[in-house]
Design a protein around this ligand. Structure first.
Ligand code: KIV
Ligand code: ZN
Length: 514
């Protein structure tokens, strides 16, 4: 069986930093509950000092999610660490994760600090964190571009101050497997008190090597891996957790280690995250992409039918791919509906469940067959987004070959009803102009607009994904409805809400390069 590799999930912290991935408190809670089912060892729930929303989400997760350790990120400032503790103190096993940059590039240009000052700050931060909890992780940001002997020094002192996990991030996705292997070995051999801490790795995917680098680090002695579902994260993303876990499982001959991940929960976790963030994985994405187990060529199909192992190195069931598509209809009752949503990874309160059931019944009246994808869209939009600044009430467009399209919307803006109408070049343009008027968001640009039908047939629920931009900040939004114009309006409003959340929450930290 070999040694255990601890899985530290940072989907809700580093993952959430990817453009368009911001989630509200309720959405983060749903993801955290699913991560607990997935069996991750640590959930990094957020960066509490970053915003009120981050703080609330971390606190809520700490109070509600049991099983994994709950971590919160903090810079080495006293204020950050106290705030992180305030948010996670309710967890059964809370972890404070504090970090400071160690590369000369970051020290000189970002922090304007000497190595000695950084060392002192790191030690003080770990000591302060240890006064709250004995579960403290210290990260040397940009470790892979840092001086190796300075890393030895700072990790030695951090462990002496009480860090139980030391993390060696490849912050900018710069390293390659051999170099990273050598660095981890160097630390293992030269940090004198390394036996008192677990070595952790945290890889970004700028050169497409995040997973490979993480695996080589394990070979060199790392025992905690930081990763995200679907590999979401800053820029090109973080190491994809599902890939690391399945490589360790499928290639045990080369990697004699194990994780506590319930691999059958991988696919539901991936779907849930895609639905909530609107960030879809590419069809050929390993493990969770639509084509990951699709055999197109005749020779392959023939082989798989005779014996799956001919072309499948793991079964779709082992990562939780549904064998049969679940379908509900208007006669389905509460019990079937509950089972259906639990299988999809949602864990709703009674009130949320009752509202979702009512909406499902209304949808089933319009559509003969209701698929998983329809319910996913319904829950993501109508249940989890309730507390946002802008809320969709209704949208109508009049358009045709001989008239200028005119759109009318009714929204709730911070609880107040607003009605507006506007002309446009087409029906979507008209409705978007009306929404811009109602929200006062004139400077928002639509960068991308995609429509797809999430289930088949002319009664299908259509899904619209938009990407918008305002003053250099981007945001993605998703909306679905049997009426495509309504779906477009909902997607735009969802993107505006995310933009709002992003702007409100992170502006102060952005100034400091976080
Ligand atoms: O990439 C990075 O260096 C980080 C640290 C805060 C761990 O995300
Ligand atoms: Zn990172």
């Amino acid at each position: 069986m070999g040694e255990k590799i601890y899985i530290f999930d940072t989907t809700l912290r580093d993952g959430e930093q990817s453009p368009g991935a911001s989630m509200n408190v309720e959405e983060k809670l749903q993801v955290a509950k699913q991560l607990a089912k997935l069996g991750v060892d640590v959930i990094e729930a957020g960066f509490p000092i970053a915003s009120e929303g981050d703080f609330e989400a971390v606190k809520e997760i700490a109070m509600e999610v049991t099983g994994p350790q709950i971590a919160a990120l903090a810079r080495t400032n006293e204020e950050d660490i106290v705030r992180a503790w305030e948010a996670i103190k309710y967890a059964r096993n809370p972890r404070i994760h504090t970090f400071i940059a160690t590369s000369d590039i970051h020290l000189k240009y970002k922090l304007r600090m000497s190595r000695e000052e950084a060392l002192e700050k790191a030690v003080k931060a770990v000591e302060l964190a240890r006064s709250f909890t004995d579960n403290v992780e210290f990260s040397a940001e940009d470790a892979t571009r840092s001086d190796w002997d300075f890393l030895v020094k700072i990790f030695t002192e951090a462990i002496r101050a009480g860090a139980t996990v030391i993390n060696v991030p490849d912050t900018v996705g710069y390293t390659v497997p051999e170099e990273y292997y050598n660095l981890i070995r160097y630390l293992k051999e030269n940090v004198p008190n390394i036996d008192k801490a677990i070595i952790s790795v945290h890889c970004h995917n700028d050169l497409g090597l995040a997973v490979a680098n993480s695996l080589y680090a394990i070979k060199a002695g790392a025992r905690q891996v930081e990763a995200t579902i679907n590999g979401i994260g800053e820029r090109a993303g973080n190491a994809a957790m599902e890939e690391i876990v399945m490589i360790l499982k499928v290639r045990k001959d080369l990697f004699p280690y194990y994780t506590d991940i319930v691999t059958e929960q991988i696919y539901p976790s991936s779907r849930l995250l895609q639905q909530i963030t609107g960030i879809r994985v590419q069809p050929n994405k390993a493990i969770v992409g639509d084509n990951a187990f699709a055999h197109e060529s005749g020779i392959h199909q023939d082989g798989v039918l005779k014996k799956a192992i001919t072309y499948e190195i793991m079964t779709p069931q082992s990562v939780g791919w549904p064998t049969n598509k679940l379908v509900l209809g208007k006669h389905s009752g509460r019990h079937a509906f509950r089972e259906f949503i639990e299988k999809m990874g949602y864990d709703l309160s009674d009130d949320q469940f009752n509202r979702a059931f009512k909406l499902f019944k209304a949808l089933a009246d319009k559509k003969k067959k209701v698929y998983e994808e329809d319910i996913e869209a319904l829950i993501a939009e109508e249940i989890l987004r309730l507390s946002e600044k802008y809320r969709f009430i209704s949208a109508n467009v009049t358009s045709g070959t001989d008239m200028l399209p005119v759109g009318t919307v009714i929204l709730e803006v911070e609880g107040k009803r607003v009605k507006e109408a506007a002309f446009g070049d087409g029906p979507v343009d008209a409705i978007y102009n009306a929404i811009k008027k109602a929200t006062g968001k004139d400077s928002v640009h639509l960068v991308r607009f995609d429509v797809s039908s999430i289930t088949g047939g002319t009664d299908a629920v259509g899904e619209v994904t938009v990407r918008i931009e305002e003053e250099g900040k981007v945001s993605m939004g998703q909306g679905s409805d049997t009426d495509i114009i309504v779906a477009a309006a909902k997607a735009f409003i969802n993107a505006l809400n995310k933009l709002e959340y992003r702007k409100r929450g992170k502006s102060e930290l952005k100034k400091e390069g976080i």
